[in-house]
Ligand binder design. Structure first.
Ligand code: SF4
Length: 308
């Protein structure tokens, strides 16, 4: 029988997700429905369904946006080609790209302008990777693993730099960077780490949970990169770990014989889902709930001036 629940801290919404959701809500209240959003504004089903009910329409292709509409770019960012297309269509655009993703875009532009080829560490097909690699027309390579580094062929090993997706595993990325530096000793690093503060803090909190828990539940949607990484971080520490979109997906048998259950949430998962998960675990017999002290986060990103 499960005895205790321990909540990770920090968990759930980060500053970039808060801002992205606020941009959609503010645009809806200022301009009325429908508001078009390119890609799920953040990777969470509950959030997306809620915004859809309020009048947001999520699209992947700008051809599905009627002329004269309002369009919002998701927190993951967009390639330059999408910006150009929106401009040609004369759409009213608000950019919900997280400022920490934009920081990587600026870095890519600077490195490219300096004549460097750029290696991006990230996951193929993720919209952030498509957006960041789409900032320049050529000279970018994607690596997903240490094995990819071993087989990578670049044209200019003497003028090479790397950047990374903001939501990767801190430990895995450290290994990939070490492999890049070993293979390409002249490679340039970004000015500041690209993995964002929220990803780093949530992974640190899961490591702390893993030291004391025999089961960890991560609240997050299947397409959320940072939520998947939280589950992996726990599993890599030998703790049984599951990711669920909501409380209805918890399986009672996961809790059989477990004494201490840790609960955390990805950066796009709202606290209401965490509360429902905790309630369900209590219904399975948990007797107490405590919370890690954790790092206090104070980062806040301002809305675009036109939406303030
Ligand atoms: S996880 Fe990090 S990069 Fe992504 S939206 Fe949040 S703060 Fe921005």
């Amino acid at each position: 029988m499960t005895k205790t629940i321990m909540l990770a801290n920090p968990r759930g919404f980060c500053a970039g997700v808060d801002r992205a959701i606020a941009i959609v809500e503010r645009a809806l209240s200022l301009y009325g429905a429908p508001i078009y959003v390119r890609h799920e504004v953040v990777h969470n089903r509950f959030v997306v369904d809620d915004l859809r009910a309020k009048g947001a329409i999520f699209i992947e292709d700008l051809h599905d946006v009627p002329v004269g509409s309002t369009l919002i770019y998701s927190a993951h960012g967009v390639p330059l080609s999408v910006r150009e297309q929106a401009e040609q269509m004369g759409l009213r655009v608000f950019d919900a790209t997280c400022p920490l993703v934009t920081k990587v875009h600026v870095e890519v532009k600077r490195m490219h302008k300096a004549g460097m080829e750029i290696i991006m560490i990230g996951h193929e097909g993720h919209p952030e990777v498509e957006g960041t690699m789409g900032r320049v027309a050529s000279g970018m390579y994607l690596v997903e693993s240490v094995e990819d580094v071993a087989t990578l062929q670049v044209r200019k090993p003497e003028a090479l730099a790397y950047v990374s997706q903001t939501t990767l595993s801190v430990d895995e990325t450290r290994d990939i960077i070490a492999a890049l530096k070993a293979r390409f000793p002249l490679i340039n690093s970004p000015k500041k780490d690209d993995i964002c503060y929220a990803t780093q803090n949530r992974q640190d909190a899961v490591k702390e949970l893993a030291a004391d828990c025999d089961l960890i539940i991560v609240v997050g949607s299947p397409n959320s990169s940072n939520s998947n990484r939280l589950r992996e971080v726990a599993a890599l520490r030998g703790v049984e770990a599951y990711m669920v979109d909501n409380a209805s997906l918890l399986q009672p048998e996961w809790f059989d014989g477990k004494q201490h259950v840790g609960v955390t949430a990805g950066a796009s998962a709202p606290e209401v889902l965490v509360s429902a998960v905790v309630k369900q675990i209590k219904a399975y017999g948990a007797e107490s709930v405590s919370e890690l002290d954790g790092v206090k986060e104070s980062t806040v990103f301002a809305l675009p001036p036109a939406l303030r």
